[in-house]
Design a protein around this ligand. Structure first.
Ligand code: PA5
Length: 442
């Protein structure tokens, strides 16, 4: 399903440079698959494509059908790992223009992923007087951004449909036992889905966190899980022939050589949000103890006209990981009898052929400019291939996090801003911190 090409690392790494990481990868793979080692409590995603709760999955599919029948809009309230995966998959498979398309599934709007008043007002305006449902997603159940947005949409639903009617349109995805959202859902009798204990937000796209919105948008979620299960089987073989071991080792080898940035290169506009998901996965997993590659993203060829100069000739800080999918259709470039633009040498050729040649040229130029290149080639975008790619990147993230010798599965740095915000907003229990922060400001 996935082909990894690391041939363009040759001029940057010593011969057999990746083999040096084999023993540490063996250790990392064992830690992850046996739920041991640093962060072992949060490796529930490793066998999830085989072990997920099938009864809950059926309930998710039934809920998505009900939303499709009952509503023209689904509002997905969540932030970080509680929304990026769903948005990434919907945009990649169904299009970033999904909401604009003629379809028999609801529009999906994402809210509660920031503090923008204007964005929230716009979402409310876009819903208009259409029927809508809400899926609020928060593992902790206490994150401020989604909690505030949920208050607003819950009040709107209750105003429009009454308390009982609103209850029939609210779906809560949260911890199985704790958190304010869990308490509210139990009290109000909302339909609930569980974020598994052993899976952190950024690894949760294949759990109910992602599945309910993704299924509501009409994606074949069984095929998505089947793709992930295929990856789980194929990528579990130990050894340096395994592409996920190669990718994890290559990232670390380049980091050890002084590279500071990994640029994820997409070739499709619909890949942009997948890159956002990937950035969270790697940034939040590996940016620790003053270590880690900075995950950035670009889209080729569009961004060659904005970032291409820097990539070719700026600081030699980065390497590229290009992800290419086979096209889902075909466009042939027409002949122009007058050949005004001088492009008749392309007449009759397919646009995808031109794109392939362009990518080849870009890679060679960047490599000769000092930017190592890793290339991932995928078949057409489909639920199956996307499920496979998600699992590939999750596993590579865990493995390469262990090579970096950090705990890839916690996120202590995210708490710092949350605590400051609670203190400054006057949350009870944060008085001492508030006094300390105020002293710093004055
Ligand atoms: O990946 C993570 O752990 C974070 O991005 C969380 O998903 C994010 O902070 C939202 O947290 P919660 O789901 O608890 O509201």
């Amino acid at each position: 399903m996935l082909t990894l090409d690391i041939s363009q690392l040759r001029s940057f790494l010593p011969q057999d440079g990746l083999d040096a990481y084999e023993e540490r990868l063996k250790q990392a793979a064992t830690w992850i698959s046996t739920h041991t080692g640093p962060g072992g409590d949060f490796t529930g995603w490793i066998h999830y494509p085989r072990e997920y709760d099938k009864e809950e999955f059926a309930r998710l599919q039934a809920a998505s059908k009900k939303i499709q029948q009952q509503s023209q809009v689904l509002v997905v309230v969540g932030i970080g790992g509680s929304y990026l995966g769903a948005r990434a998959v919907i945009e990649l498979i169904q299009s970033p223009n999904y909401n604009l398309k003629q379809k028999d599934t609801p529009d999906v709007y994402f809210a509660g992923n920031g503090m923008s008043t204007d964005a929230l007002l716009e979402t409310i305006e876009l819903i208009g007087d259409r029927d809508f449902s809400v899926n609020v997603i928060s593992k902790s159940g206490t994150t401020t951004e989604p909690a505030v947005a949920f208050r607003i949409f819950k009040a709107m639903l209750e105003k429009k449909y009454g308390k009982e009617g609103a209850k029939d349109r609210i779906y809560v995805t949260t911890d199985k036992a704790k958190g304010a959202l869990k308490g509210l859902a139990d009290r109000e009798g909302y339909q609930e889905f569980v974020v598994p204990d052993a899976i952190g937000g950024r690894f949760s796209v294949l759990t109910p966190v992602g599945i309910l919105p993704i299924a509501t948008a009409g994606v074949d979620v069984e095929a998505l899980m089947a793709g992930a299960a295929q990856a789980m089987e194929e990528l579990s073989t130990p050894g340096m022939d395994n592409p996920v071991w190669q990718y994890a080792a290559a990232r670390q080898a380049l980091y050890d050589q002084g590279k500071k940035i990994e640029l994820l290169v997409g070739c499709e506009p619909c890949f942009r949000f997948f890159a956002e998901w990937w950035k969270q996965l790697y940034g939040e997993s590996q940016g620790k103890e003053h270590k880690g590659l900075f995950p950035a993203s670009v889209e080729f060829t569009a961004d060659l006209h904005s970032m291409g100069q820097y990539i070719q000739e700026g600081e030699r800080l980065m390497f590229e990981t290009v992800v290419q999918f086979a096209p889902r259709g075909n466009i042939t470039i027409p002949n122009d009898p007058e050949n005004v633009d001088g492009l008749n040498f392309l007449s009759g050729k397919s646009l995808s052929f031109v794109a392939q040649q362009a990518m080849q040229g870009i890679i060679l130029a960047h490599v000769s400019g000092g930017v190592p290149n890793i290339r991932i080639q995928m078949p057409q975008i489909s639920a199956q291939s996307v499920g496979y790619l998600i699992y590939f990147f999750e596993l590579a993230c865990g493995l390469s996090g262990h090579l970096l010798q950090i705990n890839p599965f916690n996120q202590p740095g995210v708490e710092a801003y949350k605590n400051n915000m609670y203190a400054l907003l006057g949350k009870p229990g944060y008085e001492q911190l508030r006094a300390e922060l105020e002293a710093k400001f004055h």
